[in-house]
Design a protein around this ligand. Structure first.
Ligand code: GLA
Length: 735
């Protein structure tokens, strides 16, 4: 069929389906308080993005936005399509979707069919725009959930068809975005074990830049799906236009930034199509993960507060609630403990004043005891030698000390040296014709298999059935998918290319079951450090482990970088023996989130113990501001010899300011300048006190002085950071 006939057919089909077709200039604005994404059909009924940026005062002004740009070059007039397709020859930019139809044809031409807008129970605006292939009964619903007050947009697609057989989806992105600026500066993150979230700034000038994962799970071990893209010029904390967000998917992701012929940005975000062609049966629907982002016109500070608020209000489990301080035994004992040693540690926890004791790895396995990381994973029965009276005894003993008890599990994994491996080899992801490949001596269970899902659910369920007062779970995940072959998919004659998608869905099904039965109990999302932090999993977890790197100097940087995308209430920071900084520095850094300890509490020197006890009391005094207040990053350690961050409560009456020396060189100039505070009320008067002062040292300034908010935000306050005072915590309170 020639292209004219095809076009005619498209028009006729569309008229038959929806008479709205001829409202060709109808703009569809997706709006929050400050941001608008505007879609509009062109004369061929292709849906395009005609504006991405500030919301306009009058919605009718959007109607003429398309005409403001001349993006009409032959071969490039669909670059700003709302969902770019593969297989029609007038689109040459990266497709968001590529399919092979039931009849083997691999073209796609999506035209606008209809739209509907509703308000969700939580108050977001949901816009669903249906596109249909001009020839085939193949549909894509473009979904936009706009959160007005937080300026956050969630974008995803639902793909369906009623063709005569299966359609193969070779690519199925969640969204594409088109940005109309001319210069783009991407911050993406390199990573590795103990080096998570290392930022890299790249000016994107021409061609394609991709951030992606192929690890299968614990998706952000060597990179993350978080990014920020500044427009026109690099953004600062308080200036510049910047899009910040992530693909919320615990699996292979791909975020592509294509600078096109107009030097504009075509961004495609979705599941990584690598090894993942997906067969979609007629009548079924494929829902893609959410691409979640905000756009700030006042720099990264506003952008991150938008994301943090949104997470606390709508995504993170119990985001508005409380958290528990804890003592963890991982670095205090590693695998070397028994129940007497643990009970002894409970005393240390009680003495410190934390809420909970967290028993880490090493408590399970009998035929193959878990005495190192090479055996036992999968055998979730208490090791009889170490714990003859089982977990119930420990929960009970902790209770006697007046503290809660939590436990570590890694239920998606298996050591080849385990009874689970011996009994259920078909639950293990492995290439049976090839030698097994191990990561930390372990392999991944096949969560595409409902029986393996039941097993993983059972690990948690059994713990709670036997220990109803178990108060916390640390859920670890220490291996990517190295041996990507599923016996279950093979037996059920399903393509292996479904593995990565179905693994992620299988895990989510398990977590949904856990939360249906145990909705509240706090769970930490951990993955050999910070290998897993996507927003979807945070619906099931109250907090996450940022990195095994607890060196406090490194943590200043790691926590700084995570803070662009996550609220402090979700970030687990533990005081450990890592690093050379004094105990006070370590405690101060760990207090900027969810405070925990992983030290030999019983062996602390008296003055160190007294300091920790007082610091925990102080933390209990200001934790509400850290957990639920607004974060302002005041001094960037990448640009200064110090870092400074502050949290302010909603009423702008109470604030806590953390300051750290980050350069120990004699010529460093940390102490020179005052730190300009933010987020205060200029008209209010404030007093400043120093918290967490070690031993019998004195506060480093006169605490009786009164300052106006105006003064503190424009002149600032000098915390007097220097080699002798490498970390200073300030409480700023209105009179
Ligand atoms: C991972 C976690 C650590 C600890 C160990 C236990 O590395 O990140 O915190 O739980 O596993 O094996």
């Amino acid at each position: 069929m020639n292209s004219f006939k095809l076009l005619l057919l498209a028009v006729i089909c569309s008229i038959a389906i929806d008479p709205v077709l001829h409202a060709q200039t109808t703009a569809i604005p997706i709006e929050t308080k400050n941001v608008a994404i505007v879609l509009q059909t062109d004369k061929n009924n292709h849906l395009k993005i005609v504006h991405t940026g500030r919301a306009l005062a009058s919605a009718t002004d959007y109607e003429t936005a398309a005409a403001a740009y001349r993006l009409t070059s032959q071969g490039a007039n669909l670059n700003n399509a709302a969902y770019t397709v593969a297989g029609i020859n007038n689109n040459f930019v990266e497709p968001a979707i590529a399919v092979v139809h039931a009849d083997g044809n691999n073209s796609l031409d999506l035209v606008y069919e209809k739209q509907r807008m509703t308000t969700t129970p939580e108050g977001a605006t949901l816009t669903v725009v249906t596109l249909k292939d001009a020839v085939y009964p193949f549909y894509v619903d473009l979904c936009f959930k706009a959160w007005k007050n937080e300026d956050v947009i969630e974008q995803w697609t639902e793909i369906r068809h009623t063709e005569k057989g299966k359609v193969t989806l070779n690519k199925y992105a969640s969204a594409n975005v088109y940005l109309f600026d001319d210069r783009f500066y991407l911050t993406s993150y390199n990573g590795n074990w103990a080096k998570e979230m290392q930022p890299e700034l790249t000016q994107l000038k021409q061609g394609m830049h991709t951030i992606e994962s192929r690890l299968g799970t614990r998706e952000n071990l060597i990179g993350t799906q978080n990014f920020m893209l500044a427009m026109d010029q690099p953004a600062t904390e308080t200036t510049g236009t910047v899009l910040m967000g992530q693909l919320a998917w615990n699996g292979n992701y791909s975020i592509q930034f294509e600078t096109d012929t107009y030097k504009k940005m075509h961004l495609v975000a979705g599941i990584n199509p690598w090894q993942s062609a997906y067969e979609l049966k007629p009548g079924s629907r494929f829902e893609t993960p959410k691409f979640i982002y905000t756009i700030s016109f006042n720099g990264t500070g506003t952008g991150s507060r938008n994301l943090q608020r949104w997470l606390r209000n709508y995504q993170l489990l119990d985001g508005k609630g409380e958290r528990l301080t804890l003592l963890n035994n991982w670095e205090a004992t590693y695998f070397n403990f028994d129940q007497n040693k643990l009970v002894d540690l409970f005393k240390g926890a009680k003495d410190l004043g934390v809420d909970l004791f967290l028993l880490d790895d090493g408590w399970f396995g009998n035929k193959y005891p878990r005495n190192s990381d090479n055996a036992g994973l999968g055998d979730w029965q208490e090791n009889k030698k170490k714990l003859p009276d089982g977990i119930p005894y420990l929960v009970n003993e902790a209770g006697k000390q007046g503290i809660k008890f939590g436990i570590w599990i890694e239920p998606e994994m298996v050591n080849p040296k385990s009874e689970l491996y011996e009994k259920h080899l078909d639950w293990v992801l492995r290439e049976e014709k090839r030698p097994e490949i191990y990561f930390r001596n372990q392999m991944v269970l096949d969560l595409t298999n409902p029986e393996a899902q039941d097993f993983v659910f059972g690990v948690v369920d059994n713990l709670f059935k036997k220990n109803p007062s178990l108060a916390f779970i640390k859920w670890d995940c220490n291996a990517p998918i190295f041996n990507g072959h599923s016996k279950y998919l093979e037996k059920n004659k399903l393509p292996q290319s479904h593995l990565y998608v179905e693994y992620t869905r299988g895990l989510e099904k398990v977590l949904q079951r856990i939360r249906a039965k145990y909705p509240k109990v706090p769970m930490m999302l951990c993955s050999g450090g910070g290998g897993r932090t996507d927003y979807t999993l945070l619906k099931y977890f109250t907090e996450f482990w940022l990195s095994d790197d607890t060196d406090p100097l490194e943590r200043v940087f790691i926590q700084w970088n995570y803070s662009y995308y996550y609220p402090a209430i979700a970030m687990c920071n533990h005081v450990t023996e890592w690093g050379k900084q004094p105990l006070k520095y370590r405690v101060d850094v760990a207090s900027m989130g969810k405070l925990g300890f992983d030290i030999k509490a019983n062996d602390l020197k008296p003055e160190d113990k007294a300091f920790c006890q007082q610091a925990i009391k102080n933390y209990n005094g200001f934790k509400d501001i850290v957990w639920h207040g607004d974060l302002y990053r005041l001094k960037n350690p990448y640009e200064n010899d110090m870092a400074s961050l502050m949290f302010v409560n909603k009423e702008r009456t109470k604030s806590v300011v953390f300051n750290y020396l980050t350069n120990w060189r004699y010529v460093g100039d940390a102490a020179l300048d005052p730190v300009k505070l933010q987020g205060l009320d200029p008209a209010k008067k404030y007093k400043i006190k120093e918290l967490n002062v070690y031993g019998n040292q004195k506060p480093g300034f006169d605490e009786s002085k009164v300052y106006s908010g105006d003064y503190l935000m424009n002149i600032g306050f000098n915390p007097n950071i220097n080699l002798r005072r490498p970390s200073v915590v300030l409480s700023v309170e209105a009179l």
